[in-house]
Design a protein. Structure first.
Length: 169
């Protein structure tokens, strides 16, 4: 089932941190290499949740989560940049549920949900080496729009990623 979350208070923070555990562990190791791994992970998770509470949930941004049984198996964040133009980020599938189509499912169900509001574009940036994510995006109708990925929230460009685009007219 697809869940749309618009307020931090509606977030199951433990389920979300379980889903993003692998990414948080990588970030903890990168940002806190000299700390105990357990403490570094706790610090990383706390920072992630504080970002969501303070910055992300602002009344217009949305988290989409795919729930299977009682497990959050895949999720993504969606930010409206302007009318009919969205920036997607943090598409993630729980490591125990990968290679089962959940990433494509959360993405395609999110796109179908947006179609109810009329024409739109969704942009994302995907690391050029992340073949699984590139395949998932393509499977859902995204195309490579640029050889350099763009973070539409910060304006940062990254030549290690592609700019991906999905259009619904």
């Amino acid at each position: 089932m697809l869940i749309e979350i618009t307020k931090f208070e509606d977030l199951d923070t433990r389920a979300l941190m379980d889903l993003y555990r692998e990414s948080n562990e990588e970030n903890a190791e990168y940002f806190h290499p000299d700390m105990d791994k357990t403490e570094a992970l706790a610090l990383q998770e706390a920072g992630f949740l504080e970002f969501l509470r303070r910055d992300f949930f602002n009344g217009v941004n949305r988290y989409y989560v795919l729930e299977e049984g009682s497990v959050w198996v895949s999720a993504l964040r969606l930010t409206p940049v302007r009318e009919g133009f969205y920036y997607l980020e943090a598409l993630e599938t729980h490591p125990d549920y990968r290679k089962r189509g959940y990433g494509a499912r959360v993405l395609s169900e999110t796109l179908r949900s947006l179609e109810k509001s009329g024409p739109f574009e969704v942009h994302d940036r995907v690391n050029k080496k992340n073949t699984a994510s590139l395949a998932t995006h393509r499977k859902c109708g995204f195309v490579v729009d640029s050889e350099v990925g763009m973070d539409y929230l910060t304006g940062e460009r990254n030549d290690r990623s592609y700019g991906m685009r999905y259009c619904f007219k």
